[in-house]
Design a protein around this ligand. Structure first.
Ligand SMILES: Nc1ncnc2c1ncn2[C@@H]1O[C@H](COP(=O)(O)OP(=O)(O)O)[C@@H](O)[C@H]1O
Ligand code: SF4
Ligand SMILES: [Mg+2]
Length: 334
């Protein structure tokens, strides 16, 4: 199956991006050579266990890295122009107006002492130069857009449900008319029904506003409905990238296969999430070769010494010696 976005110009290009965190004299490589392209209107899921580098990737793209982070390699381009993601001041004009982030846990991100309409109006005044009256009118429009009646804008965050608060976060993320929204586990703290409503809202906004979407989640089961493509991360690297149809029907990487197997499926009596055996890797002391080798049921000798590169495979990409050797065999016999 081809990806209908393949022929569109890239909106965002992440090119061999590596980010290290400084930690009490030590350094930890949180993402290592991450490369991908996002096109206008495309929805891509970034999936992996906790600690795999999903949030660091998002923060780097949005120019929101923490002060102890260092961009050690690579570039991020927006509409072909390099973003100064490691320069806080130079990044200011880009932040929230090109790419904005909807975080998990809206209660922590919202100011408890201000009415929500004021909190949405604030970025419109600061970034779009609107007067208070204009910004308030825009904030009310944004509330309606995310399914909250404008008169609820007078509420304080604690007066709203978790789902409503997450809608407010989405309204704030849209305030400066970005073309990319990153949802960093935007539904993790919500019940299943509210989770489905928020994902539906993001899908509707995406087509209404032609937004590109990066949906970050540890839960592969939520991506099928609302994404075109899935990128699987493990230990700071993308290990597989393919269309939703390819990933679910024919996963190539052993980690992707285990992630899919771990999804509960009432149709075949599998009710519980089956955790992947073994522990996620320690990034301070990353395993040699393929970082997944200590947990991989298909590991070979080469896996303990050589890092597999992320190579094109079919319509997507995969980083696994299993497929590299198969591909080489195909080339030899061709
Ligand atoms: N500000 C920070 N300082 C030091 N280490 C960090 C910081 N933020 C994240 N990390 C580490 O970087 C790695 C990747 O984290 P993160 O990008 O948050 O992963 P994910 O979002 O997939 O859970 C983890 O080992 C995490 O502990
Ligand atoms: S490279 Fe080796 S250890 Fe890594 S996923 Fe592939 S088979 Fe498993
Ligand atoms: Mg995270």
């Amino acid at each position: 199956m081809t990806n209908s976005f393949q022929n569109k110009a890239p909106l965002l290009e992440v090119d061999r991006l590596s980010v290290d965190y400084g930690l009490k004299g030590n350094s930890l490589r949180a993402i290592d050579g991450v490369s991908f392209v996002l096109r206008a209107g495309e929805a891509v899921a970034l999936v992996g266990e906790s600690g795999s580098g999903k949030t660091t990737t998002a923060m780097a793209i949005a120019g929101l890295l923490s002060p102890n982070a260092r961009v050690s390699e690579g570039v991020v381009r927006y509409r072909g122009e390099r973003l100064p993601i490691d320069d806080d001041a130079a990044m200011r004009p880009h932040r929230w107006s090109e790419t904005s982030v909807v975080f998990q846990g809206a209660m922590n991100a919202l100011n408890p002492v201000h009415r929500i309409v004021k909190q949405i109006a604030e970025p419109c005044m600061l970034k779009l130069g609107m007067s208070r009256a204009e910004a308030t009118a825009r904030a009310k429009e944004l509330l309606e857009l995310v399914g909250i009646p404008a008169d609820r804008g007078a509420a304080y965050p604690h007066e709203l449900s978790g789902g409503m608060r997450q809608r407010v976060m989405i309204a704030m993320a849209l305030a400066c008319r970005p073309s990319i929204i990153i949802g960093d586990e935007p539904t993790t703290a919500l019940d299943v029904i509210t989770q489905a409503q928020i994902l539906k809202l993001l899908g509707e906004l995406r087509s209404q506003l032609n937004l590109a979407l990066i949906l970050i989640t540890h839960d592969l089961s939520v991506v099928a409905e609302c994404c075109d493509r899935v990128m699987i991360m493990y230990s700071g690297r993308i290990v597989e990238d393919g269309t939703v149809a390819e990933i679910f029907a024919d996963p190539k990487h052993p980690y992707t296969k285990l992630l899919i197997d771990s999804i509960p499926n009432p149709a075949n009596g599998k009710k519980m999430i089956r955790p992947i055996p073994g522990d996620p890797p320690n990034l301070v002391n990353r395993p040699s070769g393929c970082a997944f080798h200590p947990r991989c049921p298909s590991a070979m000798a080469v896996c303990t010494t050589e890092v597999p590169s992320l190579d094109k495979f079919g319509q997507g990409r995969v980083a696994c010696h299993l497929h590299q050797s198969l591909q080489n065999k195909v080339t030899v016999h061709a």
